[in-house]
Design a protein around this ligand. Structure first.
Ligand code: TNX
Length: 525
C-alpha cells in the first residue's frame, strides 16, 4: 500500500551515511533487497549505514563460542527455515575468518546488560555484547535487517542481503514488559510461547502473567489443589478454562528465559479473588464459598483480611510460586479492591509484601498499593488514565519505583477505533499514533524520572479468546510501546517512526501475525 520510495524511508533522524555527503547519499542507489537501518524497531541508539552489502550464502557458518553459544544456536534456528541453509554453529572460542557471522561476548561495560554492537561489511556480520542478553537483542536487530521473507516458515528465494554499516545500541529503560491476562480467558502453553517469540523480536524483556482473577485460577498449587482444579475450571463466558501444571509453568519460564524474558507471576489480591474464594470456603469472612463467576464485573470480591488462615494461604501460595520463579519479582495485584475497607487494604498490602520478601522476592503491585506503607523494594505499576496521582507522588518521593502502563496509552485491550471488533473502551480509544505519542520519562507529574523503571503493555482478555485476537490487539501497539521502552528519547518522532513501523507489516505477514493495519501507518507491502 505504501507509496513512499525506499530512499525516503532511509532518511530517518538517527541515521547517517558513511563516506558520502548528504547530497551524494541521496543519489546513491540502495540495492533493492537490502533493508535500510531506518526500518529497525525499536530505533537503535546509533546507526551508521555504509554502502557495502553482505549476502548470506548457503555455506555460511556462525561462530559463537563460550557465552555466545546459545544465542548462536538460536540465531541459526531462526534463520534456517526461510533460507533453507544448514548454518552450522561453531562453538569454539575463536571466531574463524571463514565464519562470516560472528557472535562474541566480551567485556564492554558501556554496553551494559542488554547493549550490543553490530558491524556489517562486505565480508562479515560481527555482533558483540557485554552479556548474552545483549547478543540476543542484537540478533533481533539483525533479523530485521534481512528481507521480510526471512520470517517465513518455509524456504524462500532470497537473496539474503544485509546493508553494511554499524549499529551501537542499548536500552533507555531496563523494564520493557508485556502482560497477558490468562485468567479471564485461559491460553495454553503453546499460545504463550508464540507470544513470547513475538514480543522478543521487539526487545521486550518481561512477560507478566495475570494468573488469577475472579473468573479463574490458572496455576497448580500443591498445598491448595482446588484453586486450579475447581477455581480454574471456567472462564469469562462459561468456557472450560484451564490451568498450568507446575511442570507446564516451569516450561514457560524456561522458554521465556531462553529468549531473555523474565516471567512475572501475578496473583491478584485482596480483590479479584472470586476463583480462590469459591475454591476454599475458609478464605471468606462469612465462611461460605461463593459460586464460580463467569461475568466481567470487577470490585466485588475480597480475601478476608482479618483471618489468620488468609496469611497461611498466601504464605503457601507465594512460597510455591517463589520456588518456581527464577526472576526477582512476584506481582501481588492490589487493583480495584472495592470490597475491602481502606484500613483493611493497607494492613493487607503491608503483610503480603512482607510475605513476598520472606520468600526472597520483590513485590510489584498495581499503583493502588501506593496508599499503603511500602517496603523500599516494593514497585508500583501505574494504570490510571491521568498523569497526576497524589498517593503515587508521595510514594515516589519516598523512593518507590514505578512501571508505567497508563490505561489510555498502554492498555492493549482498548479498542483502536470505535469500530474495532474486540476490546473495551473505558479508558479511551488507542490508535497507533496515540500509543506512541508520550514520553514515559515525563509522564507522571511530580514524579522524578529516575524512579521510572520502564513500561508495560497489559492485555486484559475479557473479550480476547484466541491467539489471533491477542496478536490483533498487541500489534502494532506492543511494538510501539517496546520502542518507548528501548529507544533513546532523542529518537522519538512519529513521522520517522511510522515509516519504521510500516516496515514491520511484511514481517508480521510472513510470520502469520494477525496485526491491525492502522490507516495512520504507511504500510510497506
Ligand atoms: C481494569 S486496571 C483492570 C482489569 C480489567 C481491565 C479491563 C486494572 C489493574 N484492572 O481488571 O481487566 O481494566 O480493561
Amino acid at each position: 500500500m505504501s507509496t513512499i520510495p525506499r530512499r525516503l524511508v532511509v532518511a530517518a533522524a538517527a541515521i547517517t551515511m558513511l563516506g558520502t555527503t548528504g547530497a551524494a547519499a541521496q543519489a546513491a542507489p540502495v540495492k533493492p533487497k537490502a533493508v535500510p537501518y531506518a526500518s529497525v524497531v525499536p530505533a537503535p541508539a546509533s546507526a551508521t549505514q555504509a554502502s557495502s552489502t553482505f549476502t548470506l550464502g548457503s555455506g555460511a557458518r556462525i561462530a559463537a563460542g563460550g557465552q555466545a553459544a546459545s544465542v548462536g544456536d538460536y540465531l541459526a534456528g531462526v534463520l534456517r527455515p526461510a533460507t533453507g541453509f544448514a548454518l552450522p554453529v561453531d562453538h569454539s572460542f575463536i571466531a574463524r575468518a571463514v565464519d562470516p557471522i560472528q557472535l562474541t561476548v566480551a567485556p564492554n561495560a558501556s554496553l551494559g546488560d542488554e547493549g550490543y554492537q553490530l558491524t556489517v561489511n562486505g565480508a562479515s556480520v560481527v555482533l558483540t555484547a557485554n552479556k548474552p542478553a545483549g547478543l540476543f537483542e542484537g540478533v533481533q536487530t539483525l533479523r530485521q535487517l534481512l528481507p521480510a521473507s526471512i520470517d517465513a516458515s518455509t524456504k524462500q528465494p532470497g537473496p539474503w542481503t544485509i546493508q553494511g554499516g554499524k549499529i551501537s545500541d542499548h536500552p533507555r529503560f531496563g523494564y520493557r514488559g508485556a502482560m497477558l491476562d490468562v485468567a479471564r480467558h485461559f491460553f495454553g502453553v503453546d499460545t504463550v510461547k508464540t507470544y513470547i517469540d513475538e514480543i522478543a523480536r521487539y526487545k521486550v524483556n518481561t512477560l507478566h502473567l495475570h494468573l488469577s482473577d475472579d473468573q479463574g485460577w490458572r496455576l497448580q498449587i500443591n498445598s491448595w489443589p482446588r484453586l486450579a482444579t475447581y477455581g480454574g475450571s471456567t472462564e469469562v463466558g462459561g468456557g472450560a478454562g484451564g490451568y498450568y501444571t507446575q511442570a507446564q509453568y516451569k516450561d514457560i519460564v524456561a522458554y521465556a528465559a531462553s529468549r531473555y524474558i523474565t516471567i512475572i507471576p501475578e496473583i491478584d489480591m485482596p480483590g479479584h479473588t472470586n476463583a480462590a474464594l469459591a475454591s476454599y470456603a475458609e478464605l471468606n469472612c462469612n465462611g461460605v464459598a461463593p459460586p464460580l463467576y463467569t461475568g466481567t464485573d470487577v470490585g466485588f470480591s475480597t480475601l478476608c483480611v482479618s483471618k489468620d488462615v488468609t496469611y497461611k494461604f498466601l504464605d503457601d501460595v507465594i512460597g510455591e510460586i517463589a520456588a518456581l520463579t527464577p526472576g526477582p519479582y512476584i506481582h501481588i495485584g492490589g487493583d480495584e479492591s472495592q470490597s475491602t475497607t481502606d484500613t483493611d487494604y493497607k494492613t493487607f498490602v503491608g503483610k503480603v509484601q512482607q510475605i513476598v520478601a520472606n520468600h526472597g522476592k520483590i513485590a510489584i503491585g498495581w499503583h493502588d498499593i501506593s496508599k499503603a506503607a511500602l517496603l523500599p523494594s516494593t514497585i508500583g505499576q501505574y494504570w490510571d488514565t491521568t498523569p497526576t496521582n497524589a498517593a503515587v507522588q508521595a510514594a515516589a518521593k519516598k523512593g518507590t519505583h514505578f512501571v508505567l502502563s497508563p490505561a489510555n496509552l498502554a492498555y492493549l485491550d482498548m479498542k483502536y477505533t470505535s469500530s474495532t471488533p474486540l476490546g473495551q473502551d473505558w479508558a479511551g480509544l488507542i490508535e497507533a499514533k496515540t500509543a506512541y505519542n508520550w514520553d514515559p520519562g515525563k509522564y507522571l507529574t511530580g514524579v522524578d524520572a529516575n524512579v521510572v523503571n520502564g513500561v508495560e503493555g497489559p492485555l486484559w482478555t475479557e473479550t480476547i479468546v484466541k491467539l489471533a485476537d491477542i496478536q490483533y490487539m498487541a500489534f502494532p501497539r506492543l511494538a510501539e510501546l517496546a520502542e518507548l521502552g528501548w529507544s533513546q528519547a532523542a529518537t522519538h518522532d512519529w513521522n520517522t517512526f511510522k515509516n519504521r513501523l510500516a516496515a514491520q507489516g511484511p514481517r508480521w505477514k510472513a510470520q502469520g501475525v494477525n496485526f491491525y493495519a492502522s490507516p495512520q501507518v504507511p504500510w510497506v507491502k
